[in-house]
Design a binder for this molecule. Sequence first.
Ligand SMILES: CC(C)(COP(=O)(O)OP(=O)(O)OC[C@H]1O[C@@H](n2cnc3c(N)ncnc32)[C@H](O)[C@@H]1OP(=O)(O)O)[C@@H](O)C(=O)NCCC(=O)NCCS
Length: 184
Amino acid sequence: MNAAAHAGARFPSALIDRIRLADGREVVVRPVLAIDAEAEQAFVRGLSLESRRKRFHLPIRELSPALLRQLTDVDHVGHVAIVAEALASDDAPTIVADARYVNENGETHFAIAVADAWQGIGLGRALMQRLLRYAARHGIARMVADVITDNTAMTRLAASFGGRLSMSPHGAGLTRAHLELAGG
Ligand SMILES: CC(C)(COP(=O)(O)OP(=O)(O)OC[C@H]1O[C@@H](n2cnc3c(N)ncnc32)[C@H](O)[C@@H]1OP(=O)(O)O)[C@@H](O)C(=O)NCCC(=O)NCCS
């Protein structure tokens, strides 16, 4: 049983949305669920090596069972995660993007990844907007992300939300993006 069963935890239905992207393709955005494990693993396997390196900071091929569970069986309170699902005719969900924040050690860390074939058409920005708005409404004042220093797309995306950059405490080669959230 995950922490969603804790008193006060609520399913974040406010995060459900449908978005039309710049090239006309559409996605459904929704909170991730434990039953998404297979689809989430397929999403990660389908990322290019470069996108996986940028997202996980390691050249992993797929998620370990423990990490897969951690990323899909979330409590929707201290760990809020949304996925974008491609609208398709069959029943199997195809996850094409994932964005999340996790409260740990007094900080809120965020991370995002968009499938390579879906990058550059506004999906990353759309997910960040929704995640940041939800976080602000739930009392989060600031968030950080450690970004590989050559990750121009992510540092620009963070900067477009007013993000400030500093050296990451987690080592050379990482830049920390700090976002201040406007009150919800
Ligand atoms: C970073 C990432 C999430 C951006 O998502 P995206 O859907 O491609 O981005 P969008 O199309 O919404 O673009 C949003 C902004 O990001 C920046 N951006 C996106 N792609 C860019 C690129 N190739 N070069 C420079 N800036 C870029 C721009 O500021 C852009 O705004 P603009 O279109 O107004 O110029 C995506 O490239 C990705 O998943 N990369 C691999 C994983 C990763 O780096 N994760 C970050 C770890 S925290």
